[in-house]
Ligand binder design. Structure first.
Ligand code: MG
Length: 155
């Protein structure tokens, strides 16, 4: 069994949809990035590559590569598991935290879990998603961006 960790940050800007955990969440700002900037899914991809000892998401899906412009991060996650899955068969579990001051994410957590599990073809009970604010502190607390952290165990 191997454990991996992932961490990601994206800026919040006007004029972009907010895509988190593969679902669109109604909000006045969205995450900026080369792909759809799904910070939670990026952290999960990085954790999977990390667990497998296969580098990081930037090496696999370079942000200067036009193929990944506006890419759906769930597609990147699917591709990540295809690459990692050549060497590992099972995702034992993944546990993630999204750091966001707003909007409230609790109404969307079950849908995110479902989306991610379906993409990885595993049962949703293997995925856990938590959300926290930073009590108004720092760039997250000021609403300038969001971060996500994830650990995953593969076998
Ligand atoms: Mg990212």
């Amino acid at each position: 069994m191997k454990i991996g960790i992932g961490y990601d940050v994206h800026q919040l800007v006007a004029g972009r949809p907010l895509i988190l955990g593969g679902i669109e969440i109604p909000y006045e700002f969205g995450l900026a990035g080369h792909s759809d900037a799904d910070v939670l899914v990026h952290a999960l991809c990085d954790a999977l590559f990390g667990a497998a000892g296969m580098g990081d998401i930037g090496e696999h899906f370079p942000d200067h590569d036009p193929r990944y412009k506006d890419a759906a991060s769930l597609d990147l996650l699917k591709e990540t598991w295809q690459r990692v899955g050549r060497y590992y068969k099972t995702i034992v579990n993944a546990d993630a935290i999204v750091f966001a001051q707003a909007p409230k994410l609790s109404p969307y957590k079950a849908a995110m879990r479902e989306k991610i599990a379906r993409t990885l073809t595993i049962f949703p009970d293997r995925i856990n998603i938590k959300a926290t604010t930073t009590e108004g502190l720092g760039f997250i607390g000021k609403g300038h961006g969001m971060a996500a952290m994830c650990v995953v165990l593969i076998d």
